[in-house]
Design a protein. Structure first.
Length: 265
């Protein structure tokens, strides 16, 4: 197993008016990858001024990591209403460059955790996709990189999908793209449609497979999608076929939420 790398901008998140805390796909992927073991690593970016505050919690998870300096740090304000999420972008962060992409190193699968559409331009994904398989979070298609209340749209560059093997979309992202049939028409070989506590759907080579999930009672499901995609990429890198990898992903995401919801000892 050549392993999996989870990459993206780390973020400063304020949830339900609380104190700012670490967030972003690399951090939440690391929460999953620490449960899964060897061959995994994290590559992330932030402004130098935020490195200590954001990297310390990431490093504490015990997954090998690398940090790259970015011009600014992505920030969000997040509120939940049941399983619905309301988000405001305080700072969209800055795009990855080809030089950043070259720092990822060897990996069979790369989880590309774009927090907005601006994070990973098509030329950067082309570099990342050389001799690797990419698992892309749908946020990187439908989230505009602009300050203010987050309103999803489908104004993305189709070239970003040329090197993508697996694409994960939640229900809001599917709706922003025009519905399930439009999502399928994107032509990504392995399409993962997540539906919160009701499960997920894998569409691969014309076959549709329902993926059940174990419901976890929590007021803070932040990062569940990142954990799901990390579990999927890890399982595919370990040799699982898509259906088995999706089931593994669902189990991993549930375990991450369970640990989050567990009371402190």
């Amino acid at each position: 197993m050549r392993g999996v790398a989870a990459i993206g901008n780390i973020s400063m998140d304020t949830i339900a008016g609380g104190r700012p805390r670490v967030g972003g796909a690399p951090y939440h992927a690391a929460r999953a990858l620490r449960l899964l073991g060897g061959g995994s690593r994290i590559v992330t970016r932030s402004a130098a001024s935020d490195r200590r505050a954001l990297v310390a919690p990431l490093a504490a998870l015990g997954v090998p990591w690398s940090w790259l300096q970015a011009p600014s740090t992505t920030s969000f304000e997040i509120r939940y209403h049941g399983e619905e999420r309301e988000m405001t972008i305080g700072d969209p962060g800055s795009p990855w460059t080809i030089v950043d992409a070259q720092a990822v190193g060897r990996a069979e699968w790369v989880q590309v955790g774009g927090l907005t559409r601006g994070d990973f331009p098509a030329d950067v994904l082309a570099v990342l996709g050389r001799d690797r398989r990419l698992a892309l979070d749908g946020q990187a298609l439908v989230r505009p990189a602009r300050v203010g209340p987050l309103v999803l749209d489908a104004d993305f560059d189709p070239a970003v999908l040329r090197h993508v093997t697996a694409l994960k979309l939640n229900e809001e992202e599917v709706a922003a793209l025009g519905g399930e049939e439009q999502a399928i028409a994107l032509g990504v070989p392995e399409l993962l449609l997540t539906h919160g506590s009701t499960g997920a759907l894998l569409i691969c080579r014309g076959v549709r497979e329902r993926i059940p999930v174990r419901r976890i009672d929590t007021d803070d499901p932040t990062g569940a999608g990142d954990a799901f995609l990390a579990g999927y990429a890890w399982a595919r890198a370990a040799g699982h076929r898509p259906v088995s990898a999706a089931r593994h992903a669902a189990t991993t995401a549930a375990r991450v939420l369970e640990l989050t919801a567990a009371p402190a000892a």
